[in-house]
Design a protein around this ligand. Structure first.
Ligand code: NCD
Length: 306
């Protein structure tokens, strides 16, 4: 095991790490007791977040960790301090891990390269880069709902170009043996280069036909130059998932969305609140996945301390 573990992306994880994280997430969801991790963790979020930030915090508290949320407009970063210096300052105070969400793609990888020894880094989303904890919780959520992604057809629809959720999810689902990975959405929201093993469907109908899993994505206006494009009604008419689309998918198909959801844009309320939706289950599994991630990060074996 390396001296200091980080969670930066899915690719860095060995198969054994993935197996451990998935099994432990499911065990925690089934009622296993979290370990005791006597460490301090600091949330450094340079972008808005509800579920990711809160679920990391809840997970840390369940492990007995001390959690500190730095409000970035009240911290030294607003006085020009670099993230590297903030990290070194926190490490000097004995902080064991920082959770970073940042608008710049690649920022967590860059930060990890120069961290003080012993300070662990969790990537909670870097620009359009990676969001490994989301991919892990999505996989666990599907498994718990009875869907093993091996051999399955998975459709990811919407703003794939700007989505770190899609990037991490596609990487993980492909590693876990998904048979078909399809993406679909407007031209301007498709990646410039199609990831290996991924096909592009021309329409929403084509993307969802015989799919076992449909993941819908929010249009990330904050990562685009165009203001408030595309308009919600025309987007919904062409790319919004509605209940009639579910009839094209495999019976038992489940719907994912990392949230926040924009009802009437990428997804209708009928689907979001319907029986095939796993959206709130994803939120619930997020706490267990992040508990398992902390245990893994600090080398705990997952057994409660005596
Ligand atoms: C996503 C994110 O921040 O990348 N949300 C999340 O973490 N649950 C997706 C999004 O913002 O649309």
């Amino acid at each position: 095991m390396p001296d200091t573990r980080h969670l930066l992306d899915i690719d860095q994880l060995q198969d054994s790490d993935l197996e451990q994280l998935l099994a432990r997430t499911l065990a925690l969801a089934d009622g296993a007791r979290p370990a005791v991790v006597p460490q301090t963790v600091v949330n450094l979020f340079f972008e808005p977040s509800t579920r990711t930030r809160v679920s990391f915090e809840l997970a840390a508290r369940r492990l007995g960790m001390t959690v500190i949320n730095i409000e970035l407009d009240r911290s030294s970063s607003s006085k020009g301090e670099s993230l590297e210096d903030t990290a070194a300052t926190l490490a000097a105070m004995g902080v064991g891990a920082i959770i970073v969400r940042h608008p710049e793609t690649g920022r967590c990888h860059r930060l990890a390269a120069g961290l003080p020894p012993g300070l662990r880094l969790l990537n909670a989303g870097d620009g359009s880069g990676h969001h490994p904890s989301q991919a892990l919780l999505d996989l666990a959520c599907l498994k718990r709902a009875g869907i093993d992604v091996r051999g399955r057809a998975i459709a990811i629809i919407g703003d794939v170009r700007h989505s770190r959720v899609a990037r991490s999810g596609l990487g993980l689902f492909s590693r876990c043996g998904a048979a078909e990975l399809r993406i679909a959405g407007p031209d301007s929201l498709m990646p410039e280069v199609l990831p290996q093993g991924v096909t592009r469907a021309a329409s929403l109908d084509e993307a969802v036909r015989d799919a076992d899993v449909i993941m819908m994505l929010r249009v990330q206006h904050e990562r685009m130059d165009q203001q408030a494009w595309p308009d919600p009604a025309s987007y919904h008419a062409r790319w919004g998932l509605q209940t009639n689309h579910l009839a094209l998918a495999r019976p038992g198909c489940r719907v994912l969305h990392p949230g926040p959801i924009n009802r009437g844009m990428e997804i209708s309320s009928g689907v979001a609140d319907g029986p095939q939706s796993l959206i709130l289950e994803q939120v619930r599994m997020g706490v267990y996945a992040r508990t398992a991630i902390f245990e893994w990060l600090f080398g705990q074996d997952g057994n409660p301390a005596p």
